[in-house]
Design a protein around this ligand. Structure first.
Ligand SMILES: [Mg+2]
Length: 437
């Protein structure tokens, strides 16, 4: 099992022992898409890091073509910033906790903020305002809880059993209102990579992962929409489909009851398809709507991973984040093999990032199998009448039976036997609500 060190050990990412999962099958297309997405994020971040906050005019005169050292943070070529650190915190949580645990995600983000956990330099040197405010709020809420429970150390409250967190009604959503930065979108990928086998769940949790630090509906829906695009890329949908104006409508069932915010629907309807790019209003700024639009523009305009990521960086401004957002989707679509190998070789802690990608696939698969097994056990323990209905409705849902019996036919059938039974469709709803399908 891949073990992540405690933040107090101060182990830098390149010193974390890389232990690959034994049950990972190399060179499968899905595996290459998953690893491509997380590596694509980090490569985009590292390419943009050397020119973060440079203007479009500057980058038009001195465009970026590869990994460079220097820039705002004085990094070595290939070192990455907050985008990758936070994505690795999220991935570490999903892998270690074997699923989605919002409290643990916030604890790991706090470790990065306070102790430089999973930072390429050992320090938190690049953090957005929305994220900082939310992590300060989380720390204050944890301190309140620590006093209430009379705990001595921060680690005691970090490692509280989830039962106590629930009983104390601890609110993990620490965002200030109207937080509209791109800080949740930039770290999103691990959620769809882990849960892609259940697209509706992947989309829902993509939104919830944003809520922790970026609680505005627009930021949440940017993550729901982009999470859906990443799932579509992982399962092998075409670029044409992924970027289609019809995507939201053709995948509407993935988005549950709540429709996307109109600002995100505007993007889904193709606002990013601007041939002139910057001249046509595409901007790589920190606002989540602009970032999303810019990353999609780079993907739409580019003919390869390399082409698109350079489009993203050379837009200027929030270069590392635009490229990190782009890299999540483009890496999934083009696959790991299509990311230039010399960039991967230069990428800081590249083995760890590849290893984390493999663990996301394997852990996600194991958890899906476990939940399928639990579901099968619940079905087995159904009383005979419900089990019979379950089998019948399952056949209908799998297309084995074309029509549900009409209420009229159903009544008629049972009238002759003098037995009263609820209509099949009601039972289907009960079974679905209890996750028996
Ligand atoms: Mg950054």
């Amino acid at each position: 099992m891949l073990k992540f060190p405690s933040p107090y050990q101060k182990v830098l990412p390149h010193d974390i022992p890389v232990i690959y999962p034994q049950d990972y099958t190399k060179n499968t297309t899905i595996g290459n898409r998953i690893v491509g997405s997380i590596v694509g994020l980090a490569v985009g971040d590292a390419l943009g890091a050397s020119v973060e906050f440079r203007s479009h005019q500057y980058l038009s005169a001195y465009p970026i073509f590869g990994m460079m050292s220097g820039g705002t943070w004085g990094l070595e070529a290939g070192q990455w910033t907050d985008d990758t650190s936070m994505a690795l915190c999220l991935a570490a949580s999903l892998i270690t906790e074997k699923g989605y645990d919002a409290y643990d995600q916030m604890v790991r983000y706090k470790w990065w903020y306070k102790y430089g956990y999973l930072s390429s330099t050992g320090h938190c040197f690049d953090i957005g305002n929305g994220t900082r405010d939310a992590l300060d709020e989380f720390y204050a809420r944890q301190n309140h809880l620590k006093k209430k429970l009379n705990l001595q150390h921060d680690l005691d409250v970090d490692q509280l059993p989830r039962r106590i967190i629930r009983e104390m009604r601890f609110n993990v959503n620490c965002s200030k209102p109207e937080t509209l930065g791109n800080g949740a979108l930039m770290r999103l990928a691990p959620v769809p990579l882990f849960f892609y086998r259940k697209p509706s769940l992947a989309v829902e949790l993509s939104g919830q992962s944003a809520c922790l630090t970026h609680g505005d509906d627009i930021a949440i829906d940017a993550c729901r929409y982009y999470g859906a695009l990443i799932v579509a890329a992982i399962i092998g949908e075409s670029k044409e489909n992924i970027l289609s104006e019809q995507f939201y409508h053709t995948h509407r069932t993935w988005f549950g009851i709540k429709p996307l915010h109109s600002d995100i629907i505007y993007i889904a309807n193709g606002s990013f398809k601007q041939p002139g790019g910057y001249k046509d209003g595409i901007r790589g700024k920190g606002h989540v709507v602009m970032s999303l639009e810019a990353a999609l523009w780079a993907f739409w305009k580019g003919k390869s991973f390399r082409d698109g990521v350079l489009n993203a960086v050379n837009l200027g401004d929030d270069t590392d984040t635009t490229a990190a957002i782009y890299g999540q989707l483009a890496g999934a679509y083009y696959t790991y093999q299509k990311i230039p190998q010399n960039w991967i070789n230069q990428l800081y802690a590249n083995s760890l990032i590849i290893c984390i990608g493999q663990w996301l696939q394997v852990s996600g698969y194991r958890e899906t199998q476990k939940s399928k097994h639990k579901k099968a056990q619940r079905v087995k323990s159904l009383p005979p009448n419900l089990l019979k209905q379950h089998t019948h409705v399952n056949k209908i849902l799998s297309g084995g039976i074309q029509h549900l019996p009409t209420e009229k036919k159903h009544k008629k059938r049972h009238r002759s036997k003098h037995v009263k039974s609820p209509p099949v469709i009601d039972l289907a709803e009960i079974l679905l609500k209890n996750e028996l399908f």
